[in-house]
Design a protein. Structure first.
Ligand code: ADP
Ligand code: MG
Length: 341
């Protein structure tokens, strides 16, 4: 066979393989877009575990009607222009791939209105056929509707689990994302039933409520507060007392500049800190937020953006180890505990 370029549709479907593993991955990408658009409130409606329908509605800045088609094209983004911009990217997205990928494996409708315009506009894509935008009633903000996920990629569809399992992943994801943004309201429903209502509030009360929603009230009662700053690295959150260890690594939430990540270096630093106080086979529980200059961390490591690379990994590792070691040692020494502000 001779060489030929792949059609846009096939190229997008291949890219979708990297980003869209299951319905929860769609919800992640759509919610990240809503947060990047400055939304104060997001509504997630799911039907059939997310396979039949995922609808995310936000009150963010919206998309200009002339850009609706571009929003769905691959490598089109409003978030960066130059590769150098990656060094200080503050948005959760930047690859300009998610909507194109999702649209290539579902029936997608994008409706949006910006503040300046009197009405909203809607564009529909099915697999790859895109109809021109048409006027549609919509308040300021954006609604993305994704129906029949993987309808045209049966191989992917086969990997989906039960409706209950897929929805479980979605719920877990929304709780996770909501942890980092107590200033944003998140509502989630499944098959018309309200499952989560996380109202926005400033201050520690809402933050505690969301930690309890994600990790359970017991975690909060057995958690030691962490708030440490050194050399431009800032860590806050909670680590559970060793007595609250888990048989699985299921309550481990780590955010870097508001982005949830799974990182080997972080995992290692935490394990080291718990080494003397945790028996083999047990896993610590924690919710931690690391903040640092975006220039010190590379977020462009993997399409799902679950991984990061620290430019000075060694110092980040040592900082984390020391901060957590001290928190745990303080607890053992029976120092009076205090709640983080
Ligand atoms: P990325 O987020 O990496 O830029 P996406 O494919 O997720 O790529 O989105 C493409 C573009 O569409 C974004 O850069 C943004 O300008 C626009 N967009 C997507 N979702 C929203 C939304 N909910 N509100 C406003 N703009 C959006
Ligand atoms: Mg995006």
């Amino acid at each position: 066979m001779r060489i030929h370029p792949l059609s846009t549709r096939v190229a997008n479907q291949i890219a979708a393989g990297e980003v869209v593993e299951r319905p929860a991955s769609v919800v992640k990408e759509l919610l990240e877009n809503s947060l990047d658009a400055g939304a104060r409130r997001v509504e997630v409606e799911v039907e059939g575990g997310g396979v039949r329908l995922i609808r995310v509605r936000d009150d963010g800045q919206g998309i200009h009607p002339d850009d609706l088609g571009l929003a769905l094209s691959r490598h089109a983004t409003s978030k960066i222009s130059e590769v150098d911009d990656l060094a200080h990217v503050a948005s959760l997205g930047f690859r300009g791939e998610a909507l194109a990928s999702i649209a290539s494996v579902s029936r997608l409708t994008l409706t949006s209105r910006t503040e300046a315009l009197p009405q909203g506009w809607r564009i529909e894509v099915e697999g790859s056929a895109e109809r021109p935008p048409a006027p549609a009633a919509h308040p300021r903000g954006t609604t993305v509707e994704v129906r029949d996920l993987f309808f045209n990629t049966p191989a992917r569809r086969k990997f989906l689990r039960t409706e209950k399992t897929e929805f479980g992943h979605i719920e877990e994801l929304v709780r996770r994302l909501a942890l980092a943004r107590p200033d944003v309201t998140f509502n989630l429903s499944h098959n018309q039933r309200r499952v989560l209502e996380l109202g926005a509030a400033s201050g520690s009360v809402e933050r505690d409520r969301r930690v309890a929603a994600a990790c359970g009230q017991a975690f909060l009662e057995h958690a030691l507060p962490v708030a440490v700053e050194a050399a431009g690295l800032h860590l806050d959150g909670w680590v559970a007392e060793p007595a609250f260890s888990r048989s699985q690594a299921d309550l481990q939430y780590f955010f870097v500049n508001g982005r949830m990540v799974r990182d080997k270096l972080v995992g290692h630093a935490v394990r080291q800190a718990y080494k003397d106080v945790l028996y083999g086979g047990r896993h610590p529980a924690f919710v931690l937020f690391l903040t640092l200059d975006p220039e010190r961390v590379d977020v462009n490591v993997h399409p799902t953006k679950h991984e990061v690379r620290f430019r000075d990994g060694r110092s980040v590792h040592d900082f984390l180890f020391r901060a957590l070691h001290e928190a745990l040692a303080g607890a053992r020494a029976g120092r009076p505990e205090h709640q983080p502000a």
